[in-house]
Write a protein of this length. Structure first.
Length: 147
């Protein structure tokens, strides 16, 4: 596994170039570049913690009665839920640790300030409303599964 999601993970953001897709990992106190797509990092973490990404998606689909942009429970023991910013089918899809949504502050035009030690501005290319809706879906999944 190239990157283990943890309590400090804020955002997995795709870096798309001619050579392929890499991931910029924003943590509370660090930033990494991983030579892997965000989706593959999620897939590896799901397998590490006992399921497949497809299994986690189906579980989320049943619990939330949703079909798209499903939040995923990655680590049950830490109650870690992550959610996609866009359709999971797109290589431009980033992922947010729902616990650390507070570190993303909306600016304008789809840009967000990542309040880590670096205060980077990242163009997530989504509205604050879309991100807030994903947070609500994650909260609903948490409530259905852990309560």
């Amino acid at each position: 596994m190239k990157y283990a999601l943890n309590r400090d993970t804020i955002l997995l953001y795709p870096k798309i170039s001619e050579s392929g897709v890499k991931t910029i990992v924003y943590e509370v106190n660090q930033i990494y570049e991983i030579d892997e797509t965000p989706k593959n990092i999620i897939r590896e973490n799901c397998l590490e913690y006992g399921s497949t990404l497809e299994g986690r998606k189906e579980h989320s689909r049943v619990l939330t009665n949703s079909r798209s942009k499903l939040p995923i429970i990655v680590k049950e023991d830490e109650k870690m839920i992550i959610f996609p910013i866009k359709s999971m089918r797109k290589c431009s899809c980033g992922w947010v640790n729902s616990r650390n949504r507070k570190y993303l502050n909306a600016l304008k035009d789809g840009k967000f300030l990542v309040k880590s030690y670096h205060d980077d501005i990242v163009d997530l290319n989504v509205s604050k409303e879309v991100l807030d809706n994903q947070v609500l879906r994650s909260a609903f999944l948490y409530w259905r599964y852990f309560k």
